[in-house]
Design a protein around this ligand. Sequence first.
Ligand code: UD1
Ligand code: MG
Length: 444
Amino acid sequence: MSDLAIVILAAGKGTRMKTSLPKVLHPIAGKPMLHHVLDCAAELKPTKTVVVLSPDAEEIITSVKKYAPKASIAIQEKPLGTAHAVMAAESVLKNHKGPVLVCYGDTPFISADTLKLLITALQRLTIVVLGFESKDPGGYGRLVTNNMGDVEAIIEAREASATVKKIKLCNSGVMGFDGSKLFGLLKQIEPNNSKKEFYLTDIIGIARRSALKTSVVIAPEAEVLGVNSQSQLADAEALFQQKLRHKALEHGVQMMDPATVYLRADTEFGRDVVLHPHVVFGDGVKVGDGVEIRSFSHIEQATLGKNTRVGPFARIRPGTVTGEDVHIGNFVEIKNAKLGKQAKVNHLSYVGDATVGAAANIGAGTITCNYDGVHKHHTKIGDGAFIGSNTSLVAPVSIGKGAVIGAGSTITKDVEADALALNMMPQKQEKGRAKTLRAKQQKK
Ligand code: UD1
Ligand code: MG
């Protein structure tokens, strides 16, 4: 949008999280809260996005530079309040005349559609506040409105009288400003309050005294939910998961117990997918048509081909790609491996850094020994090969098409197509020996 600026405040301490990870980097559905807000901002194509951070926020700075390299970073030297934080963006927004939206890094569900409503409202206003009705307004700032519905003041809960505290209309913290007036107004704010902070909310009273127009746009409470503690983070995660599950169900994904399935915003589903209870997705999973994922499976950065069946109790790690009708069974781990059409790895195996040909059958307990302690090596298994149970394939190694490996083998050299390879110990049998041993033990 032409000449739009978005300022994201994230210089607060976040002490109530009680963790060493900065608050805004706590993930919701695997994505840091701040990235949710940056994504929302990016949808509006602003000319400038500024993230306001504290001087000691190296971890957040690194994360922003990587995730949103075009965003500017402004440092608020001391946490002297929300108005003071917006002031920190002044040098980046010098000469900015268009609308300025202020969002919070800890209010992750704000949507681009709502922000668009604020931008539209700014065509006739100097300041627009995003408000919400709350049954339990607690510590939120209250919006004092006149009979026209315009906002005349925002009063922080700390400074509110009993009458003001009864107001249910709250300040979400998100506000929009006419950029040509913003910094002039901010400079008039004084720290006349119990916290001795520069409250951004005081800008409303100041604007009204200069006869500037201020009003409110209402958002649903769920969209402006702020995260200040672990329990609010868990609530936010639950809410977001609910949305993702609903979207998947609407798409036609069958889930017996949706509440136990954990999704990511980027999980992609084809048609006729069935998810059993307790399935967890990490980032970057594409699930093809007709795929069935059974209980207690964990899947990340993988592409599952048509009619692939996974689990129960399977772990699918990054770089897994399966063809059609592949079966991956219980207690199987797959990593960085391509499995051809109709390949089967049904029990207790580790297949890592491997290419498995079409219709190959990997017996129970097969391990690709891909790591020599320093480097990772590749295992190639040809089409239709049969790997007997409890086989170690010491990579780099290649098993030819149609080859058969005897159970319990340790394969260190390449096996030709259609060859039989085995290297287990020859079997010895001593007639009646078990019986005599038992008798001896019983005597003792
Ligand atoms: C603020 C609002 C309150 C509103 C509530 C909504 C003010 C004075 N109060 O209160 O009306 O109902 O949000 O959640 O604005 N921040 C900085 N630098 C600072 C202080 C804060 O960057 O010096 C950032 C924080 O990182 C956070 C945001 O500003 O992202 C809000 O700060 P917070 O301390 O949580 O404000 P509240 O007391 O919740
Ligand atoms: Mg807050």
